[in-house]
Design a protein around this ligand. Structure first.
Ligand code: UGA
Length: 419
């Protein structure tokens, strides 16, 4: 839907197809129910201009297309590899009605070799298969689409690859036009690199605590090196979401199938589990060692700020272990409501503090920075604040008479003059 609305906004005529009739009806009426800034406006404008439509039924929709984008989910399947059933099903469904010369373009994250597999399934020489991975982040997907760092397109039919790259001319981004396998690999290599970068930072943060250093200063010092870059250096409760966990597992399987043991990536995945465990130990320590019966308030549930997505959320992973150890959890997230197992979800941040022995920040929502810590301190039964995103200003929490712990921020590095 994001791809469709964005392609329409740069001048293309787009028909979005989905099997979910209720979703199609909502979108056709301009109702967007995912939290994605700018998307509802783009959908509205696309519908009004007539350049964007939403329909059920792929066969009719593709009959006159110049290009068909496959944007179906490729979730984690058996043993960690990508489940390609949706890609295969849609290919089988439309294979005989795609017009000759129309490019079949995969946007979904698919293992290397999938373009070849789609070509075999199609069994047609007159339909080029093109890989065109996307690099959109949830919460900034529209802006990432409209201001991309690069466009990557790969096909064994180079003319078709150039045609697809040309669809983005309006965006004036650098483009990499290559073979199908390379384009498919770019997506995994990029996401797995980002995951590895985060695991590295989280491990360095652990070292900071042990050595009396401050990860915020360390990453600032690292980030000015243009070879490293300043982004994706923020420690946290581990990386999650619908992409990095799934893609790291899939990449280890892709490597294995190619006879290569990708030990570095395996270590990054293991480090992510270790980070979650360290966070849990830190919270347990903050409530006096035992989680059983501890009342803990959680600030944030989404896998990152700016989204209501709970898929593979580190916050939920932490919460489920805390609950399993007998902690009583109350949670607030500005974008998440309803019922969740093992906790009471409330609708404002101060409610999580009521009677809590500890308050834990798990998602980096900016509004948590503006909380009144004096008031929170009054509401709490204990004094522990654990900030797993290094979001808060420690001084404000400490001045409210509370104790504070961040990630990778040794107290003596933060307050060198303190005893
Ligand atoms: C990720 C990639 O960043 C996108 O480029 C890619 O297109 C997308 O997956 C995808 O494959 O579709 P996304 O899943 O939206 O995007 O989330 P990220 O912004 O990458 O964050 C992933 C996780 O890393 C989150 O849990 C986040 O909190 C964590 N993170 C991120 C940190 O802990 N520290 C950081 O500095 C950055």
């Amino acid at each position: 839907m994001t791809t469709g609305a964005c392609l329409a906004s740069i001048g293309h005529q787009v028909t979005c197809v989905d099997v979910d009739a209720a979703k199609v009806a909502r979108l056709a009426a301009g109702r967007v129910d995912i939290l994605e800034p700018g998307l509802a406006e783009l959908v509205g404008r696309g519908l009004t201009s007539g350049r964007l439509s939403f329909v059920v039924g792929a066969r009719a929709a593709v009959a006159e297309a110049d290009g068909v984008f496959l944007c179906v989910p490729t979730p984690m399947g058996a043993g960690g590899s990508a489940d390609l059933r949706a890609v295969e099903a849609v290919t089988a469904e439309i294979g005989d009605v795609v017009p000759p010369g129309c490019a079949l373009i995969t946007k979904s994250t698919v293992p290397v070799g999938t373009s070849r597999r789609i070509r075999e399934l199609l069994g047609r020489d007159d339909v080029p298969v093109v890989s065109n991975p996307e690099f959109l982040r949830e919460g900034t997907a529209v802006s990432d689409f409209l201001h991309p760092d690069r466009i990557v397109v790969g096909s064994d039919d180079l003319a078709a690859a150039h045609w697809v790259a040309g669809l983005y001319d309006e965006l004036a981004a650098p483009s990499v036009v290559t073979d199908a396998a390379s384009a498919e690999l770019v997506k995994y290599a990029a996401n797995c690199f980002l995951a590895t970068k985060l695991s590295y930072v989280n491990a360095v943060a652990e070292l900071c605590e042990r050595l009396g250093a401050d990860i915020e200063a360390v990453t600032e010092g690292m980030g000015y090196d243009r070879r490293i870059g300043r982004s994706f250096l923020k420690p946290g409760p581990g990386w999650g979401g619908s992409c990095l966990p799934k893609d790291t597992h899939a990449m280890t399987r892709i490597a294995e199938a190619a006879g290569f043991e990708f030990g570095l990536l395996r270590a990054a995945i293991d480090e992510n589990v270790a980070q979650r465990d360290r966070i849990i130990a830190k919270i347990a320590g903050a409530v006096g060692g035992s989680l059983a019966g501890a009342r803990i308030g959680l600030l944030g549930l989404a896998f990152k700020a700016g989204t209501n997505d709970l898929r593979d959320s580190p916050a939920l992973a932490v919460a489920s272990v805390l609950a399993a150890h007998g902690a009583e959890l109350t949670a607030y997230d500005p974008a998440v409501g309803g019922e969740l197992p093992g906790m009471t979800v409330v609708d404002d941040a101060y409610q999580v503090a009521k009677g809590a022995h500890a308050v834990v920040v798990l998602t980096e929502w900016a509004e948590f920075r503006r909380l009144d810590w004096d008031y929170l301190a009054e509401l709490m039964d204990g004094d522990a604040v654990v900030d797993t995103r290094n979001l808060l200003e420690p001084r404000r929490v400490l001045d409210a008479g509370l104790s504070w712990q961040g990630i990778g921020r040794a107290r003596q590095a933060l307050f060198p003059t303190a005893a």
